[in-house]
Design a protein around this ligand. Structure first.
Ligand code: S6P
Ligand code: ZN
Length: 185
């Protein structure tokens, strides 16, 4: 007899993609990242309509609800603006003490972290790398490879995003390619 209490999951994560009815996709073009790269002249000379990254997310509860979790997969294109790698905007959480997990799925990246005292450090991201980002730490990812970087994230549904602090003050160090290698300068 069919078991009426066993269901199929509503979402599939096939290792690379989130699949299901409740997946929301968003896109950031290079032009949406104006101001985050040091070399403004190089930036303005590029195709600002090109996609910098896509994010596929699932929000099982309403944003701001306490106790829930969200998940998202980011697809960050390879490329550079001057000697800086393509990177995400970066943010603190609005509820600053909320933590997050990131994990590497495909490609080669660098997770750039900064505390409220503006101390900056970075962790290498690669397929299988797992990164616990404690509360109070701003986070941004750079694609340091030649192919698309894919990473997944899970964060509390009441974390929220504070992009303003980073948009205004940036990170205290920049990740640049120096002699062919990524370096925080
Ligand atoms: C959300 C999580 C990620 C980022 C995504 C894009 O808390 O950290 O899903 O939203 O990697 O980065 P950003 O900085 O543009 O939101
Ligand atoms: Zn976050």
């Amino acid at each position: 007899m069919e078991d009426k209490k066993i269901y199929l999951p509503e979402l599939i994560f096939n290792g690379k993609e989130l699949i299901g009815d409740h997946v929301e996709k968003s896109t950031r073009k290079l032009g949406d990242l104006r101001g985050i790269f040091e070399n403004g002249t190089a930036f303005e000379s590029m195709n600002l309509e090109q996609i910098a990254y896509h994010v596929s997310c699932t929000f099982p509860v309403q944003e701001g609800t306490s106790g829930g979790l969200f998940m998202g997969i980011t697809y960050l294109m390879p490329g550079k603006v001057g000697d800086e790698y393509f990177m995400t905007k970066g943010h603190f959480h609005s509820n600053i003490d909320r933590a997050e997990f990131y994990w590497g799925v495909e490609g080669e990246g660098m997770l750039i972290l900064m505390n409220e005292a503006r101390e900056v450090w970075a962790e290498r991201m690669y397929p299988g790398s797992l990164h616990y980002i404690p509360g109070g730490i701003a986070h941004r990812v750079a694609n340091v490879g030649n192919s698309m970087l894919i990473f997944a994230a899970s964060w509390p549904s009441d974390a929220g995003h504070n992009y303003e602090t980073i948009a205004k003050h940036g990170f205290a160090r920049r990740l640049k390619e120096v002699n062919g290698k990524p370096k925080l300068v």
